[in-house]
Design a protein around this ligand. Structure first.
Ligand code: 3PY
Length: 250
């Protein structure tokens, strides 16, 4: 089954609104002819200006986080309905930085995934193992556990429409990248897990990205793998290099 590739930038805590607009304008002509889905996942304050700036283009906007409640006394949090009203289509859930620094566990992330679907947002659900886990040989068990826990109560149709990003923690912000064979092994195991939870049709439809220092120099090899349907791009999404990744097949 052929799945359309999806390349998403994860800007993390970078780009003030004016810097965001500058970056979007620089990238606009460079990504305009992409034959992949292009998403910019941006900090909360950048959402409104970036949505405005990409109107009428092929680029969709994602949030980097959201809260699990509808509204109310949750100082500092952002409700899913706020994202939808602002024009957001995707939301990153469970990035390892949120799991680690903000102690977001799988039960909480499961609530976020369900809430995103309730509002018509497409989750980009992140999973990944630490270096210790990889070295002790529990990577695949750990990833299966994350996926199964985070997808409790998600229907087959919902799962088929979402994106999972495999991001080995040891490759995030370190400049180290998983080899394409290591990435493919885990992405194939994620697809197998989806087939076990749901069915083969759902597993064939879901899109699985690799994230963790994907850059122009290594994206071609990673994206050539049968179970890697795109990339969640960190540092390289903040420069023109992002466009080279988007246009990897040209
Ligand atoms: C990275 O590449 O550093 C990421 O964390 C992408 O989400």
């Amino acid at each position: 089954m052929s799945r359309r590739k999806i390349i998403a930038g994860n800007w993390k805590m970078n780009q003030t609104p004016s810097q965001a607009l500058e970056l979007v304008e620089t990238l606009k002509p460079l990504v305009a002819d992409a034959d992949v889905d292009v998403v910019y996942c941006v900090p909360a304050v950048d959402i409104v200006p970036v949505v405005e700036a990409v109107k009428g283009t092929n680029v969709k906007v994602g949030a980097e986080n959201m809260y699990i409640e509808e509204k109310g006394a949750y100082t500092g949090e952002i409700a899913p309905a706020m994202l939808v009203d602002a024009g957001v289509s995707y939301v990153i859930i469970g990035h390892s930085e949120r799991r680690d620094y903000f102690k977001e566990d799988d039960a909480f992330l499961n609530k976020k995934v369900l809430k995103a679907f309730e509002h018509g947002l497409t989750p980009i659900l992140c999973c990944g193992e630490s270096l210790e886990q990889r070295e002790s040989g529990v990577t695949l068990d750990w990833i299966r556990l994350q996926i199964k826990s985070d997808l409790q109560g998600v229907s087959a149709d919902q799962a088929a429409s979402m994106v999972i990003a495999y991001e080995p923690i040891w490759a995030i912000g370190t400049g180290r990248t998983a080899t394409s064979d290591q990435a493919e092994e885990v992405c194939a195991a994620i697809r197998q897990t989806i087939a076990e939870i749901y069915d083969q049709d759902t597993a064939d439809k879901i899109r699985i990205q690799y994230g963790g220092s994907m850059k122009a120099a290594n994206c071609k090899e990673l994206l050539a793998k049968p179970n890697i349907d795109g990339g969640l791009i960190g540092g390289a999404s903040l420069t023109e290099e992002f466009a080279s990744i988007v246009n990897y097949n040209k």
